[in-house]
Ligand binder design. Structure first.
Ligand SMILES: Nc1ncnc2c1ncn2[C@@H]1O[C@H](COP(=O)(O)OP(=O)(O)O)[C@@H](O)[C@H]1O
Ligand SMILES: [Mg+2]
Length: 342
């Protein structure tokens, strides 16, 4: 029997998504196939210290110098900045340790919503019309910028910070006065604010995985996300209280399902994602589908959207964890073979 691989499941982190990440990581640890894998729990505290198994919390370099020689694969169950944004991926890349999910470049690209939209547009994918405002444009007052934006995009608009996820730093803006405030307030969360046209319609998310056995990217069933109350301003309540219903497979016509699954696959490829991704899509009342963002480390508890979609496709949670680990290992092997070419 092949020796078991040691999988360091890395969770927590200093981002505002610390707790969600610990739930994701705990789920992964509990579902590692015992005949193949030995799991090590690695929790990055909100203070940045690393706790490996039962050892006391230590600075990252100390923890890693003990951990790195003993681990085979890093399962990155981190969300948000310093986890999903390419920094952790770059660290494990340099250490030569395979890690689950996208590489540093695709991760940081997907974390930045304006740049992601540039890539969507270059790949021919529809994304809501938008204006990206840089810090220096508002440093000395917003001037007539809000009015110019509203003249182009109408009202409401959706303002987004460039970096944070999970609806933190996303706001539906209903008038010019609030847009003026948001353009300044959101600059504290990044150097750019994205202002998007509001799309009225339904929302689905399109998860895909790179299947190591089939050597191809597979679109999983779509999930529809429905706010519990349908008036548009209730979307806002949805972010704040998480009050939404998730239906998988999404009950939408076959042609729209196909279209949205293709968007998921194309976004994954265009951004250069690996392992898994989940693209959020808005379907306007006339059937036009708009990609709004791609998550490279989506929530990973058993009831999160990607595991739910995998389950609907007949892939159990332990199988999904196993697929992602094997994909990470085979990607590293492929890279080494490529680099060793004469
Ligand atoms: N242009 C838009 N029009 C209408 N609703 C939007 C738009 N952009 C985002 N939303 C709503 O806001 C939510 C969060 O936006 P998203 O870009 O996915 O950011 P994140 O998930 O990182 O917080 C979406 O799931 C959707 O419900
Ligand atoms: Mg989203």
């Amino acid at each position: 029997m092949a020796p078991r691989l040691t999988i360091a499941v890395i969770m927590g982190g200093m981002s505002h998504e610390h707790d969600v990440s610990v739930n994701s990581g705990t789920g992964v640890l509990a579902n590692l196939l015992p005949e193949r894998y030995l799991g090590v729990r690695v929790v990055i505290g909100k203070d940045g210290l690393w706790t490996v198994g039962d050892a006391p919390a230590r600075p990252m370099l100390e923890a890693l110098s003990a951990l790195a020689p003993t681990m085979d694969v890093a399962f990155l169950a981190l969300h948000g900045p310093n986890g999903e944004d390419g920094t952790m991926q770059g660290l494990f890349h340099l250490l030569g340790i395979p890690f689950t999910g996208s590489d540093h470049f695709a991760s940081s690209l997907a974390m930045n919503k304006p740049r992601t939209k540039d890539v969507y547009r270059a790949a021919g994918l529809s994304t809501p019309d938008s204006v990206s405002v840089r810090r220096e444009q508002v440093e000395h007052g917003v001037g007539d910028l809000p009015a110019t934006i509203i003249a182009r995009l109408g009202l409401p608009v959706v303002a987004k910070t460039t970096k944070l996820g999970s609806s933190v730093g996303v706001e539906i803006v209903k008038d010019e006065a609030r847009l003026s405030q948001v353009l300044v307030e959101f600059m504290s969360l990044g150097n750019e604010v994205l202002v998007e046209q509001f799309v009225r319609g339904r929302e689905v998310t399109s998860p895909v995985i790179d299947h190591p056995d089939q050597d191809r990217t597979v679109a999983l069933p779509l999930i529809e996300i429905r706010p519990k109350v349908s008036a548009w301003f209730d979307y806002e309540a949805k972010y704040k209280i998480g009050g939404s219903e998730e239906i998988c497979p999404a009950p939408i016509p076959d042609d729209l399902t196909y279209k949205c699954q293709q968007i998921g696959l194309q976004a994954h490829r265009a951004l250069g994602c690996s392992g898994m991704s989940r693209t959020d899509i808005l379907i306007r009342e006339d059937g036009t589908c708009f990609a709004i963002e791609t998550n490279t480390i989506p929530g990973f508890t058993k009831t999160s959207l990607l595991p739910q979609a995998a389950a609907a496709a007949g892939i159990s949670y332990p199988q999904l964890v196993d697929l992602l680990i094997r994909e990470a290992v085979s990607r590293k092997e492929k890279r080494l073979r490529w680099e060793a070419r004469p």
